[in-house]
Design a protein. Structure first.
Length: 133
């Protein structure tokens, strides 16, 4: 009987710890997501400003889809980079799991190349060149 009570209490304790851990992970993920979104917006803010200032005389619509892509790419890059920076901050080895690190580096490289290509392609539009598309 005592063993049954012990197992039941242990099960409840494990469930409480699991819920607390799940809550902490979700809080950490949402915090990372919020920081990534804000930094991504701050990175594209100069391009938004150039678009508004240099293109107003052409009476075109604002390219919302372009700026969503331009915002998502640095936000994703920052989201992928944050655990690596957290490990460095905590003085942990970033090479503890080299496979995950390589996957992060590959994704960050592809995202950075795509973002830079979009910026290079759209720079004439940001600078106010007519018929830039």
């Amino acid at each position: 009987m005592t063993a049954l009570i012990l197992v039941r209490n242990t099960g409840k304790e494990i469930k409480k710890r699991h819920e607390k851990l799940k809550s902490n992970l979700m809080t950490y993920f949402l915090h990372r997501l919020k920081i990534s979104a804000i930094l991504g917006f701050l990175i594209i803010l100069p391009f938004i400003f150039m678009e508004v200032v240099n293109r107003w005389q052409y009476h075109e619509g604002f390219p919302v889809k372009l700026f969503i892509v331009l915002w998502l790419e640095p936000a994703a890059l920052i989201m992928i980079l944050m655990p690596v920076l957290q490990s460095i901050k905590n003085k942990e080895s970033i090479f503890a799991n080299p496979l995950i690190l390589m996957i992060r580096i590959i994704f960050m490289t592809f995202i950075a190349i795509a973002w830079i290509n979009v910026i290079i392609d759209q720079m004439p539009c940001f600078l106010g060149v007519p018929n830039c598309d």
